[in-house]
Design a protein around this ligand. Structure first.
Ligand code: 13P
Ligand code: SF4
Length: 304
């Protein structure tokens, strides 16, 4: 890593009055230069609150779009315009409209991993960090449509006992983590606790000790006496876990849990983003205002 490049980023950041936000799945060197790292919920809160004029979003498109919706007067930059989320693209506005027509009385909850158009058609947005609280707060007699992640949706159903209509979307990175992988690593490290993300398959969720968002994992590890962990989520989070807990040990459930889109961001691209003010992410009206309503309702539900 070049010191000159790091200095260039710091200088440009000051010149542009910019803040760098990075998701917990970002490459380690990006997490290290970020002003704030976090899960989708934490990053949404930061995006809504920052005083900076420019937000460099080191993550994927739906996250930058969320920042643009919450801060419409700021410039939001995504350093690689091709960093998308395949799960977010598994349902589009037409498909959601058709589903709503089939269930006209249902409330629509969308995972934040969704397009701005899908958020605009939803009543509530949620992240893996507040999904349980959010769904639990909805009136018991109302039908709920949950899109696009069938695994996060299945986790909410298991935990709350609330039935929901699920869209069959999924995260291909989390689906690469197999229960057999977790069991193999557990045999090698029998004292380790298995921390899995709710985007994992039902088989992995069934053998996990804790099901947590990435932010939830960071909090849990800090406060428990346990010292070894098997991590069943995108492996980028191990960088923060290890930095924040140097005396504890972390084992990835599989080396295959690598999100190719999250890894498209590099230090060079962050520098170029600040230099050329690219790639600007904007959300047109009325989609922006409609989507903001579902995000505002979500931001009122922050887990304990
Ligand atoms: P969280 O960091 O909110 O748990 O999100 C996981 C994810 O897959 C983001 O793309
Ligand atoms: Fe999307 Fe999965 Fe990558 Fe998250 S880890 S950005 S859900 S593909």
């Amino acid at each position: 890593m070049s010191a000159a490049l790091l200095e260039k980023i710091q200088t440009l950041k000051k010149q542009r009055n910019a803040v760098i936000l990075a998701h917990n799945y970002q490459p380690g060197e990006i997490q290290d230069i970020a002003d704030f790292t976090g899960d989708s919920l934490g990053l949404s809160v930061q995006a809504a609150q920052t005083d900076a004029e420019v937000i460099v979003f080191c993550g994927v498109l739906f996250m930058a779009e969320t920042a643009a919706i919450l801060s419409p007067h700021k410039t939001v930059l995504l350093p690689d315009k091709h960093a998308g989320c395949p799960m977010a693209d598994m349902i589009n506005a037409r498909q959601l409209r058709e589903l709503k027509d089939q269930h006209p009385e249902a409330l629509v909850v969308c995972y934040v991993n969704s397009t701005a158009k899908v958020k605009a058609l939803s009543d509530y947005c949620c992240t893996s960090g507040n999904a349980l609280e959010l769904v639990s707060s909805l009136p018991a007699e109302r039908e709920i449509i949950f899109v696009p992640d069938k695994n996060l949706g299945g986790f909410i159903i298991d935990q709350t006992g609330r039935d929901m209509i699920l869209w069959p979307g999924y995260c291909s990175t989390h689906m690469r983590i197999l229960a057999a992988d977790v069991l193999t690593v557990r045999e090698e490290h029998p004292n380790a606790r298995v921390l899995a993300h709710p985007e994992c398959s039902p088989d992995v969720r069934a053998i996990a000790d804790e099901l947590l968002s990435t932010g939830g994992m960071l909090k849990f590890v800090k406060t428990t006496d346990v010292s070894e962990f098997i991590i069943a989520t995108e492996n980028g989070i191990i960088h923060s876990l290890q930095n924040q807990n140097p005396d504890k040990r972390f084992y990835p459930a599989t080396e295959k849990a690598m999100c190719p889109n999250m890894k498209k961001i590099s230090l060079e691209k962050v520098a170029w983003a600040l230099e050329d003010m690219q790639y600007q992410i904007t959300v047109p009206e009325p989609i922006c205002s409609d989507a903001r309503q579902s995000l505002d309702r979500m931001l009122q539900v922050i887990p304990e």
